[in-house]
Ligand binder design. Structure first.
Ligand SMILES: [Zn+2]
Length: 60
């Protein structure tokens, strides 16, 4: 079984955390930060292009 956790960083408060793609919305969806009140597109939280690709692969 492949565990691919991805790195997220909130563009507003700068908080960083790891998430399982299974717990995240689709790449076009909106994610709410647990550390502040912001809601943005998931792509704005992914730290690197690679992290975003993992999420995209997961939801393909
Ligand atoms: Zn935040």
């Amino acid at each position: 079984m492949q565990e691919a956790w991805i790195q997220l960083r909130c563009p507003d408060c700068g908080e960083q955390w790891e998430a399982n793609p299974a717990d995240l919305p689709e790449p076009d969806g909106t994610l709410g930060c647990n550390h502040c009140d912001t809601s943005r597109r998931v792509a704005e939280f992914t730290k690197t292009t690679r992290d975003f690709e993992i999420l995209r692969e997961f939801h393909r």
